[in-house]
Ligand binder design. Sequence first.
Ligand SMILES: NC(=O)C1=CN([C@@H]2O[C@H](COP(=O)(O)OP(=O)(O)OC[C@H]3O[C@@H](n4cnc5c(N)ncnc54)[C@H](OP(=O)(O)O)[C@@H]3O)[C@@H](O)[C@H]2O)C=CC1
Ligand SMILES: O=C(O)[C@@H]1CCC=N1
Length: 286
Amino acid sequence: MALPTPAASVDRVHRLAFLGAGTMGGTIVAGLVRAGRDAASIAVTTHTPAHREKLATELGVQAFADNRQAAAWASTIVIGVKPADALALLDEISPELGPDNVVISLCAGLSTDLLSAHLPPAVHVVRVMPNMPASVGAGMAGVSGGRTATEHDVQAAITLMSAVGRAVAIPEKLQDPLTAISGSGPAYVFAFVEALIEAGVTQGLPRGLATELATQTLLGSARLLDEGNDSVTQLREAVTSPGGTTAAALRELDDHGLRSAVQDAVEACARRSAELAAAAEQADAR
Ligand SMILES: NC(=O)C1=CN([C@@H]2O[C@H](COP(=O)(O)OP(=O)(O)OC[C@H]3O[C@@H](n4cnc5c(N)ncnc54)[C@H](OP(=O)(O)O)[C@@H]3O)[C@@H](O)[C@H]2O)C=CC1
Ligand SMILES: O=C(O)[C@@H]1CCC=N1
């Protein structure tokens, strides 16, 4: 299939290249186009030719077969590959980059210092931890500038991510804990909802009904948390009648160690984020 010719018409300063446009990068690209960003200002590269052709056809973005060409075309480069592939990718595109470029990394764990060590010193580096609900415009992203990043770079990344949800600036030392809450958090929520649905089926509910009940309960509870005036504790207490059904259920969750399981899960996630950086560095040194 013929791909669109990379547009030269968009001013270079507005050009954005996603090197790696899979689950997360692809979600953000789709969200940006849906939010009204000019598709001609966005380029993608992927490992598989068919995947980038699909993105080009469906979204109207530019597809490049070559990371270096895409990096040379763009002003802002988003790194959307797995952490293990990121440093080799930076080494590959590094000759094309200079002081006018901003590199935004989506990679879990990788510090801006580590990323900068694989780029010309003047390149501006920003670290962003997004999450999957960006695909429905309800993402949550944490944004941190590296040593070379300006306040403008951080604000520009916040503006970019705000097109697909919310974004906050955070000190880089909070990136691992943020990853453990909002980056990976959707998976914990999905695992809980899966368990709730299975429990409903065990109680005799048809699977479709159990799924609708659990999903709408999650949605309604999230909206109450976000839009209501009460704290999470006040909301939980409001559902829990003394001696009632909810108290009986919550006691079981406590007895099964829900809080300590969540503490351990979040701790393991933050630890794993640091391990991914160490593994990427080791692989790169080989
Ligand atoms: N998934 C999530 O919820 C989140 C992920 N992240 C971070 O986002 C990054 C990507 O993760 P995710 O989207 O899940 O992973 P995916 O595997 O879904 O996407 C990776 C993308 O990189 C492409 N790719 C691989 N090698 C190259 C290469 N050498 N050059 C160009 N493109 C390449 C793949 O191509 P192809 O499509 O052909 O396979 C794919 O498009 C990770 O660093 C992760 O830490 C951050 C927050 C949340
Ligand atoms: O599981 C992962 O490593 C990525 C980073 C945050 C969410 N998914």
